[in-house]
Ligand binder design. Sequence first.
Ligand code: CO8
Length: 256
Amino acid sequence: MAVELSFSGQYAVLTLNRPEALNALRFSMLEEIARVADTIAASPARALIVTGAGPKAFCAGADIKELMGRDILAQRRGAELGQNAFARLAALSIPSVAVIHGYAFGGGLELAMACTFRIATPQAKMGLPEIKLGLIPGYGGTQRLPRLVGEARAKALVMSGRTIDAREAEHIGLVNEIVEGDDPVALGQAYLAQFTAFSKCASLFAREAVERALATPLAEGLRIESDLSTLAYQTHDANEGMRAFVEKRTPEFKDA
Ligand code: CO8
């Protein structure tokens, strides 16, 4: 399978496995990603690592050879397929990290941007080069990039197709951290460990509240924060967390 799902302890691992084409995304792979997202949602995994097989690439983008010669309607369906697959990943209630250890271009970077976090090795190179092909991003890039790095930087990257390295990507907030190592799964686990010890409910509410910040006017966002923090307050885990603090012990969260 060109998209593989495995589990390692509390982590789900989605691997793009087409290294001979630098893990370029065929339409069938987008369908597989959507199916895999549903399997992960039904699993007990506490976090997701997304990575690409082989030493050279996380993912070199949509499969250009497959994109060629398609009619407009088929192309539009392709964009919807990609957007749907990545939206399903983004909507998972557990945090995800894309481990970018080589190239992440076009649809590959769009996949990474649908994850909660991105980490990159020092050799990583990324960009949205569609403009060089006479195209523009179609799997969410024009919408997620400005939310991560701001409108001016997003326009410059999308309209130039420029490749940036890991250092610049970290500087502009496109990747959360630069990490060193050869094993993407180990790197992903090490990064995600800081988020998995807490209540799944609080973790999800926290993420949801932050994500709403960019999608709503301030007054509405503040209202959402009030609602979600009140909801968090009513969970078993909030009761346990506060009680454990007072009793000077480690809390035992139940994700409830
Ligand atoms: N699609 C298909 N095949 C690819 C792709 C790709 N995106 N990228 C690499 N490959 C293949 C190459 O053709 C080559 O195969 P072969 O050996 O059979 O010729 C193999 O992978 C290795 O690639 P290279 O020899 O080119 O490796 P290099 O190390 O020399 O270069 C690069 C690596 C710089 C990553 C280079 O391969 C490259 O520039 N790739 C294309 C990157 C790109 O432009 N990506 C964006 C694609 S468009 C997109 O993602 C979104 C389109 C919008 C879709 C909207 C609607 C559907």
